[in-house]
Design a binder for this molecule. Structure first.
Ligand code: ADP
Ligand code: NI
Length: 218
């Protein structure tokens, strides 16, 4: 029964997100699901909740729906209700979907359940490292942002509204979000992997900036 719900949900998400061009595509979901299940096993979380939340966490993102934060949980709720999933399970999954996103450097976010903590760590890990770099520039290209502009400084957003509205160059996103993630991880294993990916991204940014003005040692 549970495996049937998972399979149907996988098909639904695949159909909805396949070919998406901003780094929120099916393969992002695929990685988050695998990472979340691995972290969930270590943390002894309820893996059915973890897998459903990982599969559905980006089903309808506020960034692509005029900032509407309710649309993700509402879409997931309808889907799971139609499948006849237990209401207690639906509620847990939808709370995770509501709380999973980063909302700005100065905005406190809490994730209560261990299932939510592992899904959030998995989602954050996929914003870091080589894949994280690729996703950031894919997103920036989609939004027609500059790669970098030395005249526009990164900001520290104190409200989710301000964070959502920001239109800065993609490099600023590393300072406004990506470099902050390693200190916001929930699990030990997630934190350890985040540190590695953080160091890799720092090396990338150092090299990027050293190339920026077109000067190099001959
Ligand atoms: P969360 O998982 O916290 O909801 P998002 O959905 O905001 O994260 O981000 C998903 C991906 O899109 C991440 O890889 C993130 O770096 C990228 N992204 C989001 N906002 C921006 C931005 N302003 N510039 C570049 N990349 C972004
Ligand atoms: Ni995601």
């Amino acid at each position: 029964m549970n495996s049937e719900i998972i399979n149907k949900t996988e098909e639904y998400v695949k159909n909805k997100l396949q070919g998406e061009g901003t780094g929120h595509d099916w393969w992002h979901i695929h990685r988050v699901r695998n990472t979340a299940l691995r972290l969930g096993e270590i943390e002894k979380a309820d893996l059915f909740i973890v897998e459903l939340a990982a599969l559905l966490h980006d089903i309808a993102d506020h960034k692509f729906h005029d900032g509407d934060e309710e649309i993700g949980p509402a879409t997931a709720w309808n889907w799971l209700e139609n499948l006849g999933v237990d209401e207690a399970v639906i509620r847990k999954v939808c709370i995770i979907i509501r709380d999973v996103s980063f909302k700005g450097a100065g905005v406190e976010t809490t994730m209560e359940s261990i299932e939510g903590k592992v899904v959030q760590d998995a989602d954050r890990l996929d914003a870091l490292g080589a894949i994280g770099i690729a996703r950031a520039f894919a997103y920036g290209g989609h939004k027609v942002r500059e790669l970098y502009n030395p005249e526009i400084k990164p900001e520290s957003h104190t409200t989710f509204e301000a964070y959502k509205k920001s239109t800065g160059p993609t490099l600023n996103h590393f300072y406004e979000k990506l470099f902050l993630l390693k200190d916001r991880m929930n699990t030990m294993a997630g934190k350890k992997e985040a540190e590695k990916r953080h160091q890799f991204m720092k090396g990338f940014i150092d090299q990027f900036l050293s190339e920026w003005d077109g000067n190099f040692e001959l």
